[in-house]
Design a protein around this ligand. Structure first.
Ligand code: PLP
Ligand code: COI
Length: 341
């Protein structure tokens, strides 16, 4: 298979249309078997539930070329479980884990020419999503749905790649107590758009959201979970019911403990502790681990000792081990790597 003529090394995190996408339809109480199609456009009623009441959920996964030339994805079973949880919370009919994983395998294989070659630093981002498509005007869930998965080749989520970011403590909340922060619903991102534009206009790369109830504890950013490294080398991540359970963060915590022999802790993290950490990183499928160098908290500037030039040493070890597992350089725990072709 011949690769597409793409400048892989200079890709940002943007959308490039690829050849095939997977689509399945839910109607009359059941999902059909799904198929690959060419058409990237969706036709729907002006009154579709997704347009009026934002009944939509999504996932994010990457496919990689390994050192020995295979195409693989990382823990799609975890994304399947999260999509099922998101669907249940949004009153949508979940697709089965098997159909989800099959859709990922089919859509990656069909777009293999767009999977960046090994060593380019780029990957094929897969965006599975589901939405209510029939007409709904009174506030209620749709009865007909579409599930789709498309792909796009991507580079780093943040422009500077591994360059440390400057973030700010946000005055806006991302999730309400007992709301939808723990699922991957489009509405969580819609309401973060104002805050991210405002952060960018004020010279910050991202927002640090706090717990909506007390505004004293760290939650996450608009698209990634936090990892902190203490001065004595412990890996700490915030525990909260209103953050998205990141597959990357859960994998990194495992890697920290079982591959690097580090102490790990999932616990409440207070804003007042931020000044005591040695390193900070944002972790997610898109972000991988993006180091944070500075955090602004209403006039207070917290400079992480790891600085603004490069990743801190523990963050770097975590990054190297995780990406080593994903690219086949380091043996993966059982079931983490899903081979496509
Ligand atoms: N938190 C939010 C709000 C996200 O959108 C994402 C992205 O998926 C993450 C965290 C990271 O999750 P994952 O590692 O599963 O991609
Ligand atoms: C991902 O990391 O896959 C996400 O969905 C985050 C999004 C902000 C791009």
């Amino acid at each position: 298979m011949e690769k597409k003529d793409i400048d892989w090394g200079n890709l940002g995190f943007g959308y490039i249309k690829t050849d095939k996408r997977y689509v399945a339809t839910y109607k009359d109480g059941k999902w059909d078997e799904g198929a690959l199609i060419d058409d990237d456009k969706i036709v729907m009623s002006e009154c579709a539930c997704v347009l009026q009441y934002a009944q939509t959920i999504f996932e994010g996964i990457k496919a990689y070329t390994t050192e020995d030339g295979r195409i693989v994805t990382f823990r799609p079973d975890m994304n399947a479980e999260r999509l099922i949880n998101s669907a249940e919370r949004m009153k949508m009919p979940p697709i089965s884990k098997e159909q989800f994983i099959d859709s990922i395998k089919q859509v990656v294989k069909a777009n293999a020419a767009y999977v960046p070659p090994y060593g380019t630093g780029a990957s094929l981002y897969i965006r599975p999503f589901m939405f209510g498509i029939n007409e709904v005007i009174g506030v209620k869930p749709a009865t007909e749905f579409q599930y789709r998965a498309f792909t796009t080749p991507v580079g780093p989520y943040f422009k500077g790649g591994a360059k440390p970011l400057t973030i700010r403590v946000s005055d806006f909340d991302r999730a309400a107590p007992k709301g939808t922060g723990h699922i991957k619903a489009g509405l969580n991102y819609a309401m973060s758009l104002y805050a991210i534009v405002d952060a960018h206009e004020n010279g910050f790369d991202e927002n640090m959201y706090l717990d909506p109830q007390t505004r004293t504890k760290v939650e996450e950013t608009g698209g990634a979970n936090f990892l902190f490294i203490t001065k004595d080398g412990k890996v700490v991540t915030p525990k909260s019911d209103s953050i998205l359970p990141s597959v990357t963060r859960r994998s990194l915590m495992y890697v920290a403990e079982h591959y690097l022999g580090l102490e790990v802790e999932e616990r409440e993290v207070y804003v007042s502790e931020l000044k005591d950490f040695a390193e900070c990183g944002l972790c997610g499928t898109a972000a991988v681990i993006s180091p944070v160098g500075k955090i602004y908290n209403h006039g207070e500037e917290i400079c992480l000792p790891s600085g603004m030039d490069e990743m801190g040493p523990v963050t770097k070890k975590l990054y190297d081990t995780l990406t080593g597992i994903q690219m086949g350089r380091i043996e993966a725990p059982e079931g983490w790597i899903c081979e496509i072709c």
